[in-house]
Design a protein around this ligand. Structure first.
Ligand SMILES: Nc1ncnc2c1ncn2[C@@H]1O[C@H](COP(=O)(O)OP(=O)(O)OP(=O)(O)O)[C@@H](O)[C@H]1O
Length: 305
């Protein structure tokens, strides 16, 4: 059996004359967390709604577990959804909410177990309207995972939560993924995607502009090598490549480069040859946020020309 859970090939979606999704292709494999990221209006929700079977594509093919999600044979029981807006009833307690949902869920796990899985055992009797935003989000996830789906769609699961609640929801997603669940995640918190996802696609204006493993995508951004030179050392001969950018502020040098490791190696060799000791050495790859901002910046320039 193939381990491809989601296949998207040349997907297009038009709303009247407007093309919201313009030839998107990607695969999601069993057991991975795949992050679909992008600027506002890039086409993420449209893509996800097609995968969920709510919208029909204008072109291209989409398969979820080998089936057309818009078709009657869509394997709904294998899929859990956490939508951007949850539809919980304020007057029900957490346990009552899960119990009510269980009636519509094939193979639902017991209520106590479902609450425990998301760390809500202590809130079993708390009414939804008294629960915090983070607790409600966890309840959403408890409902989406009640029937132990193989695939979970998580559309902005931590939007609007405080940092601590975000961390708790992230830990929960990590645990679910570690248990073998396949997760398709959208989020505007790029550190969240960097932390959770093994592979990532970044969309802009209906197209995927970069995709790959997290390491591949991070490697396409610019990293940096920073250090401090002792007072009496000149910069002469510092190995800065043609495509690298050096900024010096006082004694602090920052080299922005696509290859931070090899630049750091060369800088250390340069310092060693001069008997110079560098302090405050900091070598790091681009963050996902920096890669994203590069893409958003390139998009802005394209619009101006
Ligand atoms: N029913 C619709 N009719 C017309 N245009 C639509 C419709 N739904 C979405 N769009 C447009 O399609 C584009 C993509 O929207 P979509 O919601 O997929 O983006 P998104 O990447 O999820 O954005 P965000 O991050 O802001 O949620 C947007 O320009 C949006 O205005």
């Amino acid at each position: 059996m193939s381990d491809t859970v989601i296949e998207v090939l040349g997907l297009r979606k038009r709303y009247g004359d407007f093309t919201a999704v313009d030839g998107v292709s990607f695969d999601v494999h069993a057991g991975e967390v795949f992050a679909l990221l992008g600027t506002n209006g890039a086409g993420k929700t449209t893509t996800i709604e097609i995968l969920e079977g709510y919208l029909r594509p204008s072109g291209g093919t989409v398969r979820v577990f080998g089936e057309d999600p818009a078709g009657h044979r869509a394997p709904r029981a294998r899929i859990g959804l956490v939508l951007q807006e949850s539809g919980l009833f304020g007057d029900l307690s957490a346990a009552e909410t899960v119990a009510a949902w269980s009636r519509f869920t094939t193979g639902a796990r017991p209520v106590a177990e479902a609450l425990e899985l998301v760390g809500l055992s202590g809130q079993a009797r708390t009414r939804v309207k008294r629960m915090s935003g983070g607790e409600r989000r966890k309840l959403d996830i408890a409902l989406a995972t009640l029937g132990s789906p193989d695939l979970l769609f998580l559309d902005e699961p931590t939007t609007g939560l405080d940092p601590e609640a975000r961390h708790r929801v992230r830990d929960l997603v990590r645990d679910l993924a570690a248990g073998g669940m396949t997760v398709l995640l959208t989020t505007h918190y790029l550190e969240e995607a960097q932390e959770l996802a093994g592979r990532v696609a970044i969309m802009d204006k209906g197209r995927i502009v970069t995709q790959g493993t997290m390491a591949e995508v991070l490697g396409r951004g610019s990293g940096r090598v920073a250090f401090e030179l002792p007072d009496d050392t000149a910069l002469e001969g510092l190995p800065v490549g043609e495509r690298d950018a050096l900024t010096v502020t006082g004694r602090r040098c920052v080299i922005v480069t696509a290859e931070p490791e090899s630049v750091a190696h060369a800088v250390l060799g340069w310092a060693h040859a001069r008997g110079v000791r560098l302090s405050g050495l900091d070598v790091r790859q681009a963050t996902l946020e920096e890669v994203f901002l590069d893409i958003a910046g390139a998009h802005g320039e394209e619009v101006r020309t």
